[in-house]
Design a binder for this molecule. Structure first.
Ligand code: ARG
Length: 270
């Protein structure tokens, strides 16, 4: 029998999808001619918030801004560790204005925000494991931003190279289960980065391309419950076998923009 996994209460920052749309294409999932059902997107997003709250997590929200259709992807706007906020500098000019709105929220909540000098897309690419930061590069966040983040947090930052444009952010190819383990899709990484992950996490849950395409790697775990796309059925079964409890939340409308559960969620670690 798998051991009993213990959840830890989280504080999440989100942004309502009031102005969500696919109006430009900055990753291979986005096709501006595909219509987004805004009402369905709102319902799906509300179901994520309800799932977090019913599992005991606190949820704060930033006000959405008209003309910023990707602002719903809260993960990209900062990474917060030990109460220190490392803000964002988006790769795409279309998303650059999002940063200041998140910065304003953090400042009003009593945090100072450090703005990176080099392109950095928050928790999309900088993933806190409990001991160090796993940092993606290749499509968005730069190696220079990894260096800046290490200097800022004083925690080791381990650079990993992403190689598949469909998995352009680290959080589309990997997620943290708890302080000891992760799930990842090996083929999304360069050979050397794969070796690094295998050394750090010999017991990791390895995902398939089907799991990754179903946005199964874009999940949020509280150490016990794993909020996961229901399309990632096979991965959910494997997590269950390891003693985690999959909580399916369908964000299919957001997949049209290349985003899922984790993209819509930033964690505030104070
Ligand atoms: N359309 C957005 C972009 O390409 C999606 C962001 C998804 N966020 C994430 N954390 N992976 O920037």
């Amino acid at each position: 029998m798998p051991e009993t996994r213990v959840p830890r209460r989280r504080r999440f920052l989100v942004c309502e999808p009031r102005h969500f749309a696919v109006q430009y294409a900055i990753n291979p999932w986005m096709h501006p001619d595909v219509r987004v059902d805004v009402d369905l997107a709102q319902e799906q997003w509300q179901s994520l918030i309800s799932a977090y709250r019913s599992h005991g997590h606190a949820v704060d929200a930033v006000d959405p801004v008209p003309g910023l259709p990707d602002m719903v992807f809260a993960a990209n706007s900062a990474v917060v560790v030990d109460g220190r906020v490392f803000g964002s500098l988006f790769h795409a000019p279309e998303r650059r204005p999002e940063s200041e709105h998140y910065d304003t929220w953090f400042k009003s909540a009593g945090y100072d925000v450090h703005r990176p000098e080099s392109v950095c897309e928050g928790e999309g690419d900088l993933v806190w494991t409990g001991r160090y930061v796993l940092a993606g590069t290749g499509f968005r966040t730069t190696r220079e931003a990894h260096r800046e983040a290490q200097e800022f947090f004083g925690h080791p930052v381990i650079s990993l190279t992403l190689v598949d444009p469909y998995f352009y952010h680290l959080d589309t190819a990997l997620f943290v289960l708890d302080d000891d383990n992760i799930v990842y899709y090996p083929e999304a990484f360069s050979p050397g980065s794969r070796e690094v992950l295998a050394r750090l996490y010999p017991d990791a849950v390895l995902a398939t391309r089907d799991d990754a395409e179903a946005f199964g790697l874009n999940s949020v775990s509280d150490g016990r419950h794993v909020f996961i796309a229901p399309q990632a059925e096979a991965l959910a079964v494997r997590l269950d076998e390891r003693g985690y409890v999959p909580v399916p939340v369908d964000l299919s409308e957001f997949h049209k923009a290349g985003g899922g559960i984790k993209c819509c969620t930033q964690e505030i670690r104070s």
